[in-house]
Ligand binder design. Structure first.
Ligand code: F6R
Length: 612
């Protein structure tokens, strides 16, 4: 969603801001802009559309402010209030032009504020909720920016991550957060601000993550952090462990392609040091409950959204099957509002790549409120969900830049399988079975490599179906969530209307949609019920729908009579989810590529959904 950058230091601010915005492009946006302050004046450049066009506009501007400034703010906007145009793009200025601000989040009472300002003769010019905040800050200003920000923030309802500056006080940036992440990078003689670490890792590794209701005041003398109502707070400097190169495409055409091919390594990183082959269990130090406490857990509730929820579904199956513990998965958005029944013996697991998804975060807060044990499975270190859960497991997938989640999903499933193993060993699973399962987890990177070797063959199949407008993915058992995930991957990057169904569900309605040009991707690997799915795939064939069969190695006969076949390594049902999904990721990627889609930044999508 929206992205923020800010800079104060010794270097040319406009270059750093535009480069930072480029690094945030993956989050999804439809307009962008920067504001720089120099010689007591602010200049703003905004543009609906891509960062490369913003860069051209900045480079061609004659303004000495943009050329000389060492202080500025920038933003990528994903439209919510009003269309993506130049007026609605950030940074917003107040009516006098002396204050500039970028904002992530939503000001819920903006209409009231706007009418209050109108009574004072201050008219907003954009459709946005954000502009009202900078107007309010300017209205509250009596000679000290942080006082004005503090007063204004106490009058608003909603969420914010903001950076504000005024030409009345050159050299000062005021930053604040409530519900929208802000990281402050501390470099040599410079300070960088961003909504997401990827914008600043090329410049520094030392960072402070603001907490909700923190306000930081950055001046040439250093930085002070207090609460929005001006109580002193202290925040630690932490080291960001992501490698800047990991956030670059390198030789790959798209981040998604790179990230798919990184999966053997990212899974290795996710499982490293976490398997105890002798005891046949997983060692997840972030799940710090003892075997005795683990044995008290009566139910595991997994919450997440989109791809993360699909990973949770695989975990649900594994936890019930292996540990014999009741497990349920729920969309975080539903969980937060339906007043779920939670007891202290419930373990609520929140899964989120970004660790910032608004609904998942709200579900975490609801579960904590109701007294459950809460754990987070996050990729982004220091993210809000990781910090608020306090207990959990990092995925170690490295930065995921492609909007379509790939390596995070396979790491999430790997971690869920380890969590299931850990719970299973405190209960009914004997040691030798635990060791055998741990060995299968250890083999995951090589199983994924086997699938990646088929890239060309999968590309050839994809090209045959690239013109289809509808597709169905069907599977059973562990392969049901994989079917959902395969369909999600295809629809989000290729705009093919794709649906994932339990194979048995097809006859209850969706089969009516099958036609000659509607491929069905049938997951026929070796899982219980395979023969039944095979029968369902035959039913599709009988309705003239072409069938792409995914089968286990050694069982190629299962694909007989179908149009195309993808063979994945033969492995136990829980394990097969990972190599199978990799095959579906490749299929989706190549269909999208053949259709000429913008794979890394699909239309309307944002990498991290920080509003409801
Ligand atoms: C799809 C995708 C989304 C995310 C969802 C949750 O490829 O990436 O469905 O999985 O928005 O995001 P996180 O995992 O960051 O909470």
């Amino acid at each position: 969603m929206c992205g923020i950058v800010g800079y104060f230091g010794k270097r040319k601010a406009s270059d750093i801001l535009v480069d930072g915005l480029r690094r945030l492009e993956y989050r999804g946006y439809d307009s962008a802009g920067i504001a720089c302050l120099f010689d007591g004046r602010i200049d703003v450049v905004k543009n609906p559309g891509k960062i490369k066009d913003l860069r051209l506009k900045v480079d061609s501007a004659a303004s000495p402010i943009l050329k000389e400034s060492i202080q500025g703010i920038g933003h990528t906007r994903w439209a919510t209030h009003g269309p993506p145009n130049e007026v609605n793009a950030h940074p917003h200025l107040d009516a006098s032009g002396h204050f500039a601000m970028v904002h992530n989040g939503i000001i819920e009472n903006y209409k009231d504020i706007r009418s209050g300002l109108a009574k004072e003769g201050i008219e907003c010019i954009s459709d946005t909720d954000s502009e009202t905040l900078v107007q309010l800050i300017a209205f509250c200003y009596k000679g000290n920016l942080e006082d004005a920000v503090s007063e204004a923030l106490q009058r608003i309802k909603g969420t914010y991550g903001i950076v504000v500056m005024t030409d009345h006080e050159p050299g000062k940036l005021v930053v604040a957060r409530c519900g929208s992440p802000i990281v402050i990078g501390i470099g040599r003689n410079e300070t960088l601000i961003a909504s997401d670490a990827s914008a600043i890792i090329p410049h520094t590794r030392d960072a402070i993550y603001l907490e909700d209701f923190d306000m930081a005041v950055i001046t040439p003398d250093g930085m002070e952090i207090c609460s929005v109502d001006r109580a002193p707070v202290s925040r630690e400097v932490t080291a960001m462990d992501w490698d800047a190169a990991a956030a670059e495409k390198g030789e790959y055409k798209h981040f998604m392609l790179k990230e798919m091919f990184e999966q053997p390594q990212s899974i290795r990183n996710a499982i490293r040091g976490r398997l105890d082959y002798e005891m046949g269990t997983a060692v997840l130090s972030g799940l710090d409950f003892s075997a005795r406490d683990a044995a008290q857990i009566n139910r595991v509730l997994v919450v997440g959204c989109g791809t993360s929820m699909h990973a949770g579904m695989v975990g649900e199956y594994a936890i019930e099957e292996m540990a014999g513990v009741n497990a349920e998965v729920e969309q975080a958005a539903e969980f937060r509002y339906r007043n779920p029944l939670i007891t202290p013996s419930d373990l609520v697991v929140a899964i989120s790549q970004s660790g910032e998804t608004a609904d998942t975060l709200a579900a975490v807060r609801e579960a904590k409120q109701k007294g459950a044990l809460v754990a987070g499975l996050c990729n982004v270190v220091g993210s809000t969900i990781a910090r608020e859960t306090g207990r959990g497991v990092y995925l170690h997938a490295g930065p995921e830049i492609g909007v379509a989640s790939t390596k995070a999903f396979t790491c999430q499933v790997s971690v869920m399988l380890m969590m299931a193993l850990k719970l299973a060993r405190t209960r009914r699973m004997p040691g030798h079975e635990g060791t055998e399962f741990a060995r299968w987890i250890q083999r995951l990177p090589e199983l994924v490599e086997e699938v990646l070797k088929q890239n060309d063959a999968i590309k050839a199949i994809a090209q045959k179906y690239a013109k289809c407008e509808h597709a169905f993915f069907i599977g059973r058992g562990y392969l049901f969530p994989v079917a959902l995930e395969g369909a999600l991957k295809l629809k989000e990057i290729s705009y093919v209307h794709a649906e994932g169904y339990h194979a048995a569900e097809l006859k209850h309605g969706p089969i009516a949609l099958l036609q000659e040009d509607t491929p069905v991707i049938a997951l026929l690997n070796n899982v219980p019920g395979k023969e039944k799915t095979q029968g369902n795939a035959e039913e599709c064939k009988a309705r003239k729908a072409p069938v792409i069969a995914v089968v286990s190695a050694g069982d190629e006969g299962a694909a007989e009579g179908f149009d195309d076949v993808i063979v994945v390594p033969d492995c136990p049902p829980a394990i097969t989810t990972i190599p199978t999904v990799v095959a579906l990721q490749l299929l989706a990627y190549h269909i999208a590529a053949a259709r000429g889609c913008e794979i890394d930044q699909p239309r309307n999508l944002a990498k991290s959904v920080t509003v409801e």
